[in-house]
Design a protein around this ligand. Structure first.
Ligand code: MN
Length: 502
């Protein structure tokens, strides 16, 4: 859905689901601060730059984030684009807001090279750099507005941005369970990464949707009457269209045969309580015959990302099939807003072992995400309900940010900006072998941040490493003492022994 609504502090405050006076005052102050800071700046579209930060903040308010996160959304570009420095931001809005805005700024510096094998490292870097889940959610809201306005960006930049969105941002939104962001990020990017296929799937869907809507409307009338008769007090009934990208992924698994996709349009029924969900399902099955094997109880067994609902597929007459989804308002909120729907995250940091959430957020490849059975819901998600809101003081949270992850891994860059992920203590030798064994085997020297460095130098986070090679160069046994990774050691040994054999 496009949000072309004009900027308005009142609309933003109305959307904010918080009545705290201090929270609303903070948002108002940030609104004025950002408007002034970005004064005179324009977007590619010609609109004032402030519109972008306003819409970023509005996206956050819409998924239920609290005043501090919305405030940081308004301010997210002032460090990078408006000559405001961190101290100034800290004086005006305090440590926590300054921390969030710096986090978003840092994340913005990570470049995506499009090299497939680095996508996973990039996602790791993305998550590890942000340190607080709110930073990621702000970055997703920022990217969502950038994608909505991508058509104004110079053409040669569009594809890279769209691909990065599809491969890094959308999977992270999916892992966080923010369905509303995920769907839109995927569909907006897909239209740029593969315009032909996008159009093909879009046209297939359009034709299908018309028919599906017609069928559902007919059964819906009868269903609502039955629910009333049974005394089920449904709160809302609406249609859910499947996203184009999600439909495309499903079609690929069904030989591109749209007749095998039953949930292109679903009827979604929201009822007050869990027992109403089962009662509604009973009413439906007493009138319409369920399609065998397609009744799914995600209330009793939620999906790994926490998704809960009852799904059924029924025959609605003249050979047509329809999907119905039944859930409570709470389940609906969780499905659309994910982690953002848990009160604790709305305005507090998330205290947990970085490893746990890295493992949760980062699938091995973008394709693993389809295979939900492979995913284990980590303990910290299961424990959400147990965490006491106020025992997690912000300062304590910030103190705990010295993450395990950073104590064990480092991220360095190739001169092209590709991210290489190595264990702590790694040297240029590990880096060279990680790139390619031939580069390791012919390494004669290394430059770190453009300066010549010895091969036993310990690499640090963010270093840019360039390997100098010579045809005549070859590994010496000394290198075994400098290498940290088993991979490099193995390759050095095998090169040395191969040399001796000759
Ligand atoms: Mn931005």
């Amino acid at each position: 859905m496009m949000h072309d609504s004009p900027v308005s502090i009142n609309h933003l405050l109305d959307t904010l689901q918080s009545s705290s006076r201090s929270g609303r005052a903070l948002v108002k102050e940030a609104y004025n601060f950002a408007e002034l800071a970005h004064e005179g700046q324009k977007r590619y579209s010609g609109e004032p730059y402030f519109n972008h930060v306003y819409h970023t903040a509005l996206n956050l308010a819409e998924i239920g984030m609290g005043p501090k996160t919305v405030t940081a959304g308004l301010l997210h570009d002032v460090l990078e684009d408006a000559n405001v420095d961190v101290d100034e931001l800290e004086d005006a809005f305090g440590d926590e807001i300054a921390f969030l805005v710096s986090g978003v700024t840092k994340l913005g510096k990570i470049r995506y090279s499009g090299v497939k094998r680095h996508v996973e490292s990039l996602r790791k870097l993305f998550v590890a750099t942000s340190q607080d889940i709110r930073v990621i959610i702000i970055k997703l809201a920022d990217r969502l507005h950038n994608m909505r306005t991508l058509k104004y960006v110079p053409e040669h930049k569009q594809e890279r941005i769209a691909r990065e969105t599809l491969e890094v941002y959308a999977p992270v939104a999916e892992r966080l369970g923010i369905g509303q962001f995920k769907r839109e990020l995927q569909d907006l990017s897909f239209a740029y990464t593969d315009p032909e296929t996008y159009k093909k799937v879009h046209d297939m869907a359009k034709h299908r949707l018309k028919k599906a809507r017609h069928n559902l409307e007919k059964m819906n009338k009868k269903l609502l009457r039955l629910l009333k008769e049974e005394g089920i007090d449904y709160q809302s009934v609406h249609y859910r269209e499947k996203g184009i990208y999600s439909l495309y992924k499903k079609l690929k698994r069904k030989d591109m045969n749209i007749d095998r996709v039953f949930d292109i349009l679903a009827l979604r029924i929201i009822v007050p309580k869990i027992k109403d969900c089962y009662q509604t399902l009973g009413v439906i099955h007493s009138v319409w015959k369920p399609y065998l094997g397609r009744v799914k109880d995600y209330i009793a067994s939620p999906k790994p990302n926490g998704y809960k609902s009852l799904h059924t597929t029924i025959f609605v007459g003249n050979g047509s099939i329809a999907e119905i989804q039944i859930r409570t308002p709470r389940m609906h909120e969780e499905a659309e807003f994910g982690i953002a729907s848990h009160a604790i995250y709305k305005d507090k940091g998330l205290r947990m072992q970085t490893y746990e959430w890295l493992n949760y957020l980062l699938p091995k490849s973008p394709f693993d995400i389809d295979d939900e059975k492979k995913l284990e819901t980590p303990q910290w998600i299961k424990n959400l309900g147990d965490i006491q809101n106020d025992t997690v003081a912000t300062q304590e949270f910030l103190d705990n940010l010295t993450s395990d992850f950073f104590s064990e891994r480092i991220f360095v860059f190739t001169p092209n900006g590709d991210v290489i992920d190595l264990p702590k203590g790694s040297t240029p030798i590990d880096f060279a072998y990680m790139i390619h064994s031939e580069i390791g085997n012919h390494m004669s020297g290394a430059k770190i941040n453009s300066k010549l460095a010895s091969l036993d130098t310990t690499l640090r986070n963010g270093d840019i490493v360039e390997i100098v090679t010579k045809n005549s160069a070859s590994p010496s046994s000394k290198w075994l003492n400098y290498a940290k990774t088993a991979e490099a050691k193995r390759k050095i040994r095998s090169h040395i022994s191969a040399g001796q054999d000759n």
